[in-house]
Design a protein around this ligand. Sequence first.
Ligand SMILES: C[S@@+](CC[C@H](N)C(=O)[O-])C[C@H]1O[C@@H](n2cnc3c(N)ncnc32)[C@H](O)[C@@H]1O
Length: 298
Amino acid sequence: VPPSFDELRAEQARVQAGKFQGRLLSGYNGDIFPGHTFKEGCAVADFMRPYAAGDTVSLETVLDGMSERAGRQIHWVDMQAGRSLAQRQYMLDPARRERVAATAVDLFDYGLEGLDEEEIAFVKEVANGPKPNVIIADAQEVVLDRPGDVITCEEGIQYLDDPLRAIANWYNQLAAAGFLFISRGGDWASMVGYDFSSIPYGLREDQSPIADMLDELAAAGVPFEATKTSDWASGHRPLLNPGEFRSLVIQKVPGTQMMVNTTPSFINSSYSDHKNPLYRMADPGDPTPPVQIMRTPS
Ligand SMILES: C[S@@+](CC[C@H](N)C(=O)[O-])C[C@H]1O[C@@H](n2cnc3c(N)ncnc32)[C@H](O)[C@@H]1O
């Protein structure tokens, strides 16, 4: 039985008391585009290059480029936004504030509460910047008032009981050709597994729900890219292990929805209160994939 909203808030009030919810744009960029700080490339950065304004690929230049190209205000939704400092930092620029509307989704509206003096001094300018529209909700089931052209989730996915449900919820609320970014400082994909005890035999140990989701995206023609580490200084790009990476971007194909056909059978909590949800596998012979891209009737 999934926890109630109040139970979730009680749990995360405890867990988040020891965490940092104040990343700035540099923190987001370092995890979405690994290597970016050191001018090294990565697959996710290359994937986004055509959409960025100018030569540098970053969340800012992607938002700038997308709003320029769209010729209208675009909507950036930050899931599990914490103190939403990245959005406030972006919106310090009045021109950007005109072109991008920001929505922050979290269980709490933290403000600056709990930061010590040094931290407040560090983030002061940004923290005094314009506040996004805040939605207090469970990101796994939040319903947005309008679709997101860009949806980000930075350092949050590891706190969710049902990350597949969250990813589908976010994909389904992307605007046509919009982008969903899910990132953290370390690998998150391999924290999501299958419940080995739920089928009697036949499970390959390298099977993973996230790798299966990527297979489905590829089969359905939904563009995506993932990165575990930056390219090497030599330019070599390490092969992607589809069950182990830290940054994922998915582009919405208009007229499609993501459906999840499995639920976690139990959730381990690791050190740091990161969760390891284990999903039920389909019975051997059942062809239903765990994650499915469906065409919506037009
Ligand atoms: C480590 S913080 C990251 C915040 C911000 N993205 C950053 O990088 O600074 C994780 C955030 O996830 C939020 N969170 C955890 N579970 C959530 C849920 N089910 N729905 C919405 N937010 C959640 C926490 O309240 C916290 O603000």
